[in-house]
Design a protein around this ligand. Structure first.
Ligand SMILES: [Zn+2]
Length: 244
C-alpha cells in the first residue's frame, strides 16, 4: 500500500493547498479517501482525476467533500474531450440522504452506501468502519491489503473504541486539530496529547498527524504527541508518500 497526502488541512485549505484528501494505491488501484477543498487542483501532481478508481467519504463536512462536484465536472469534461472515463464509484454513508444523493451525477459518478456494520471490499482493499464522535455522522476506516493496515480516524474526539479499532496498525492517520492545552471534545476533534496516547495504547507502528489547525506552530503537535508515543510520528505533508 502507498499513501499520499493530498490535503492535510482541517476546516479549509491554506493558500495554494488543500483540505482533507488522501490517495491510497495498491496493485494499480487508486482510492481517494475524502475529497476536500483543493483536492482536484492538487491531485494531478500524482494522477489525473479521471484515473481514480474509487472514492470513499468519511462524512459530509465541506472540508471533506467540497471538491466532489468539481471532480464530477473534471471527469465529465475529460469524457467530452474524448477520454474513456468510466463511471466512478463514490462510497459514502447514507445517514444523510441529501448529501449522499450528491455522490451520484449522471453516468459520471455513482454514490454507493456503505454499511458501517460490515466490511466493504473496494478494489484490493478491505475497509471496516467505526462511528466517530463528531457533530455529524462520521466514520473512521481501517483499511487492509496485503497484510498491511492503515487506520484513518477521519474527524473525531477521542473515544475508547478507537484503541481496539486501530490496534497494531502499520500506519495511523490521526486527526489532530487541537494543541495539547486545548479541549477538542465539544468540537468533535482530538488534541495532540490524546492522539499520542491513543497511538501508544493501540501499539501502532507509525503515526501521521493530520487535519491540522491554521494557527500556532504545528510542529508543537508532534512534540506534544511524541511525549506520549514512542514510535515514529510526523505531520501530514502535502504530496508526501508513505509506503506500507
Ligand atoms: Zn468534520
Amino acid at each position: 500500500m502507498k499513501l499520499t497526502v493530498i490535503g492535510p488541512w482541517g476546516g479549509y485549505p491554506k493558500l495554494n493547498a488543500a483540505s482533507s484528501g488522501y490517495l491510497l494505491e495498491h496493485n494499480g488501484f487508486h482510492l481517494l479517501i475524502d475529497c476536500g477543498s483543493g483536492i482536484v487542483s492538487k491531485l494531478p501532481n500524482i494522477l489525473q482525476p479521471e484515473e481514480l478508481d474509487a472514492v470513499i467519504i468519511s462524512h459530509y463536512h465541506p472540508d471533506h467533500i467540497a471538491d466532489i462536484g468539481v471532480l464530477q465536472h473534471a471527469r465529465l469534461i475529460q469524457g467530452y474531450l474524448g477520454k474513456k472515463v468510466p463511471s466512478l464509484p463514490i462510497y459514502g454513508h447514507s445517514l444523510d440522504n441529501y448529501e449522499f444523493a450528491k455522490l451520484t451525477y449522471k453516468e459520471i459518478t455513482s454514490g454507493i452506501a456503505y454499511n458501517p456494520e460490515e466490511t466493504l471490499a473496494v478494489g484490493p482493499f478491505h475497509v471496516s468502519f467505526l462511528k466517530t464522535e463528531h457533530p455529524v455522522p462520521c466514520f473512521a476506516m481501517r483499511i487492509e491489503a496485503a497484510n498491511k493496515v492503515l487506520v484513518y480516524t477521519a474527524d473525531s474526539a477521542f473515544k475508547e473504541e478507537f484503541i481496539e479499532f486501530a490496534s497494531g496498525a502499520d500506519l495511523l492517520l490521526c486527526e489532530c486539530n487541537f494543541y495539547g492545552n486545548q479541549n477538542g471534545q465539544s468540537a468533535g476533534h482530538m488534541n495532540s496529547i490524546e492522539a499520542g496516547r491513543f497511538a501508544q495504547q493501540s501499539q501502532v507502528k507509525q503515526v501521521v498527524l493530520t487535519h491540522l489547525p491554521h494557527y500556532g506552530n504545528v510542529d508543537q503537535l508532534v512534540s506534544e504527541a511524541a511525549a506520549e508515543f514512542s514510535g515514529r510520528i510526523t505531520l501530514a505533508k502535502e504530496l508526501e508518500t508513505i509506503k506500507l
